[in-house]
Design a binder for this molecule. Structure first.
Ligand SMILES: Cc1cc2nc3c(=O)[nH]c(=O)nc-3n(C[C@H](O)[C@H](O)[C@H](O)COP(=O)(O)OP(=O)(O)OC[C@H]3O[C@@H](n4cnc5c(N)ncnc54)[C@H](O)[C@@H]3O)c2cc1C
Ligand SMILES: NC(=O)c1ccc[n+]([C@@H]2O[C@H](COP(=O)([O-])OP(=O)(O)OC[C@H]3O[C@@H](n4cnc5c(N)ncnc54)[C@H](O)[C@@H]3O)[C@@H](O)[C@H]2O)c1
Length: 474
């Protein structure tokens, strides 16, 4: 029986980063992956495919040029599902190739099959042909991720009623679509298909969407979606979903009946822990298949077993999963990592993008911190004029007492890139003066930071600097 210092189950962002980190520390590492290719949800059905689809949709529709040439402008008149898929396959091949090369360079061993616990340090790997290999692990990292939540009362048919994995396989672009669930996945796909001129309706049981985002940003975003004729139905629960002559019908609890060519059910995800036989190692998942860990070490209740990535719940991002995997691996092999910086960014690749880092205005109020905001609209920047942008805004929140940046919130073109300037200032504990006193490239959208900084400065006034007596020459 082969034995390893660290066995990583799952090759998504958490597993991949963990395996390479442990290998760099000269440990014997094995990655077990049940999928046909390494990369996890992130590469095959999640982050990379959805972002590639978004980029293709924006390029082929000419979306970014519509500010100049009008809403009817298109780069390609008839866009097919194959047009969208073509770029996807090239991107995915490249991602897998890079990852396999990383594993090979770092001598991370790989095994294809489904991992199941025999006991806390023994794992069976069942291959596709039924062969079972037994391995021994000093430590194990569960980086098994999640899969779409598919309740039994929804008649999924992989054609007109689908989940977010199946959307990548559609044969034709639907003319109309109902998206159930206004979470990040639902909203990203809803806005991408709306950009492709699909008539989109979103149904969400809560009274609003994206509750963890600053309310003012969500309001601006919501206005933009409604302005382009997307239907957003909040506070309504779905009673039933039915197939209907090649279409689908969604009946809401209030009696409203919606019909569309396609329904995307995007009401959350569940941890992929069902195949692990957790009972054999003394662990138990919650009712959504998720595992509890120590948030500093990612150790589960069983000391030699760690869990990281989506299987441990919020924030469920590829970016944070990688970092969690790295921290877990270091702890598992006895080389603990330093605490990560306090603030990480969150990027929602909807059309338009949203990105945020630090506290929202609602959180600042809740904590009783005296504050002031500065806002810039992209149309106030010269780069915005050049790009034909009439939407997009950047908001910063500052402490009145310390003048430190507390949060940065952006909606609009380039938001997910722009946010990193604010993130750096936040984590380096910078103040309003950084934005007011620094020179930014011109013309850029980053100039919005300067404009928002000046907007806050106009309300907060000058920094009161006590006069310092010049020191005598030493
Ligand atoms: C549609 C969509 C869009 C997203 N967009 C973004 C985005 O823009 N930015 C972002 O940061 N995040 C995004 N995410 C989230 C991101 O994909 C996840 O946070 C990330 O993939 C989680 O990584 P992970 O390592 O936890 O596991 P995953 O990527 O979920 O990978 C888990 C792997 O474990 C394998 N596995 C499971 N069980 C077993 C077993 N028993 N034996 C062997 N192998 C097993 C699976 O086959 C899978 O390959 C998106 C997710 C989705 C679904
Ligand atoms: N850009 C990104 O970073 C990105 C993109 C996509 C996904 N993700 C991650 O993937 C995770 C999963 O995303 P998600 O959108 O599937 O889940 P989610 O939990 O974010 O959203 C699910 C939504 O569905 C609604 N809902 C729940 N039950 C419902 C029901 N029965 N009927 C109708 N609506 C219902 C919820 O109120 C919620 O708004 C997220 O945590 C997110 O962080 C990240």
């Amino acid at each position: 029986m082969q034995s390893f210092d660290l066995v990583v189950i799952g090759s998504g962002p958490a597993g991949r980063r963990a395996a390479i980190q442990a290998a760099k520390l000269e440990k014997k590492v094995l990655v077990v992956e049940k999928g046909s290719r390494v990369g996890g949800v992130s590469v095959h059905t999640g982050t990379i495919p959805s972002k590639t689809l978004r980029e293709t949709a924006l390029n082929l529709t000419g979306w970014r040029e519509r500010g100049f040439y009008g809403r009817a402008y298109r780069v390609k008149q008839e866009i097919s599902a194959d047009d969208l898929r073509r770029r996807l396959l090239i991107t995915l091949d490249h991602e897998v190739d890079v990852l396999e090369h990383q594993f090979a360079r770092n001598r991370v061993q790989q095994m294809r099959g489904t991992a199941t616990f025999v006991d806390a340090n023994t794992i069976d790997v069942t291959k596709d042909d039924g062969e079972v290999l037994r391995i021994q692990s000093r430590s194990t990292l569960l980086a098994v991720g999640t899969k779409p939540y598919r309740p039994s009362h929804i008649p999924f048919d992989n054609s007109s009623i689908i989940d977010s994995d199946e959307i990548l396989e559609i044969k034709e672009l639907p003319r109309s679509m109902i998206v159930i669930g206004a979470g990040v996945i639902g909203i990203e796909y809803a806005t991408i298909f709306s950009a492709l001129d699909t008539q989109v309706t979103v149904v969400e049981p809560r009274d609003s969407m994206l509750d963890f985002i600053d309310k003012e940003i969500v309001e601006d975003f919501t206005y933009q979606l409604r302005d382009r004729n997307m239907k957003l139905i909040f506070g309504q629960t779905v009673e039933s979903v039915e197939k209907l002559d090649g279409k689908a019908r969604v009946i809401l609890k209030n009696g409203r009946c919606l019909t569309a060519e396609m329904v995307l059910f995007a009401a959350g995800r569940v941890g992929a822990t069902d195949k692990l036989n957790l009972a054999a190692c003394g662990l138990e998942a919650d009712n959504r298949g998720r595992l509890k860990v120590n948030p500093e070490t990612f150790q589960t209740a069983v000391p030699s077993i760690y869990a990281a990535g989506d299987v441990v719940g919020f924030p469920s991002l590829a970016s944070t999963s990688m970092e969690q995997g790295r921290i877990a691996a270091r702890h598992a092999v006895g080389a603990p990592a330093q605490d990560p910086p306090q603030f990480f960014p969150y990027g929602i690749y909807a059309v338009p993008e949203i990105s945020t880092c630090g506290l929202t205005e609602e959180e600042v109020i809740q904590r009783g911190i005296p504050y002031e905001c500065g806002i810039a609209h992209f149309r106030e920047t010269s780069r915005g004029h050049i790009m034909g942008l009439d939407t997009g805004m950047l908001k910063m929140i500052f402490s009145l007492k310390t003048r430190r940046l507390l949060g940065v919130h952006i909606v609009g073109e380039g938001a997910t890139e722009l946010v990193h300037i604010g993130q750096a200032v936040l984590n380096l504990k910078g103040t309003l003066e950084y934005f007011v006193e620094n020179t930014f490239n011109y013309p850029t959208l980053a100039e919005a930071y300067k404009i928002a900084g000046l907007d806050a400065w106009n309300r907060m006034g000058e920094l009161k600097v006590e006069k310092v007596e010049p020191r005598a020459a030493e």
